[in-house]
Design a protein around this ligand. Sequence first.
Ligand SMILES: NC(=O)c1ccc[n+]([C@@H]2O[C@H](COP(=O)([O-])OP(=O)(O)OC[C@H]3O[C@@H](n4cnc5c(N)ncnc54)[C@H](OP(=O)(O)O)[C@@H]3O)[C@@H](O)[C@H]2O)c1
Length: 301
Amino acid sequence: MSEIRSVAVAGASGTLGPHVLQALIDAKFRVRVLTRSKKPGKYDAGVDVVEVDFTSVESLTTALNGIDAVVSTVGFTAIPTQTVLIDAAVAAGAQRFIPSDYGSVSFNPKLEAFPLYDQSFKIKHHLHEKAMAGQMSWTVLATGTFLEFLFAAGEAGLLDFASRKVTLLDEGDNRLSATSLATIGKAIAGILKKPEATKNRVVKISETIVTQNQLLRFAEAPRPGDKWEVSKVATSALLKEGLDELSAGDFSFPVSFKIIKGTGLAGEAYGSAYDETDNELLGVQELTEEELKKMVAERLA
Ligand SMILES: NC(=O)c1ccc[n+]([C@@H]2O[C@H](COP(=O)([O-])OP(=O)(O)OC[C@H]3O[C@@H](n4cnc5c(N)ncnc54)[C@H](OP(=O)(O)O)[C@@H]3O)[C@@H](O)[C@H]2O)c1
């Protein structure tokens, strides 16, 4: 497999995309951004930005001329549209495709028929077909939960730091992997530097494995006077509720979030903690307990 030098990034203007773009630039790849519309001031002056029609193989094939690898970081709702981008990558002669996936449990075959996960499996199958036909190789990157999201405000995070409330999922001991956005970006650059070792497989990275109870202990230790209000919910109940509401036609974010929590934070049920990883291959350093404690302490201010 020849060296990957030029990389196109789709979805570089979102949450994860800028970190991936920066890591690829830092790793000295020639980078081209594919976007639906140019956003003034969004990218550094030297970045090659091309406006494309993500529904057109022709538009995308032209934009991918001379590109060795395509990294997609398009948003969740755009995941199904990636079949067009994959077909264009093959037509343009790219050798590697990294789809927008970056899930915590989205590689688990148990979830293949689940709403919210089925589309990402369709993309994985599409890539597998291309690889079987010898047209292009792929890598899916499993990242655990985005580390920043563990500390999101309100009920979106694992602990609600502002109101000192926590809803423990099951008993609060479910283990889950997490990786920061910057580290995910660097890992993607690492995959493209090591194309043979990362070819046609799910690659897992995990900067830390945490539980809610561990984070709660870290939060209580420096502030023994603070009283945390603790409640509990079973992930199986949350998942059932989300699936029932979805099948009744409620496609709202809170409903999707119940399904995400009911699977991605359910510990062993869907494999949210990666005890075996590709950290070493990709140079991912695990966080120390002290670093994690510091992150928690910063949220207590
Ligand atoms: N593990 C986790 O905890 C976790 C958390 C959040 C997200 N994720 C996953 O990470 C990936 C990236 O998520 P994100 O939150 O960074 O995405 P995002 O910010 O929602 O969107 C990224 C970019 O996608 C592009 N986009 C949006 N709709 C599109 C469409 N219909 N067709 C083509 N491009 C479109 C936009 O770029 P332009 O406007 O420039 O075209 C947008 O800025 C997704 O696969 C998501 O499921 C994982």
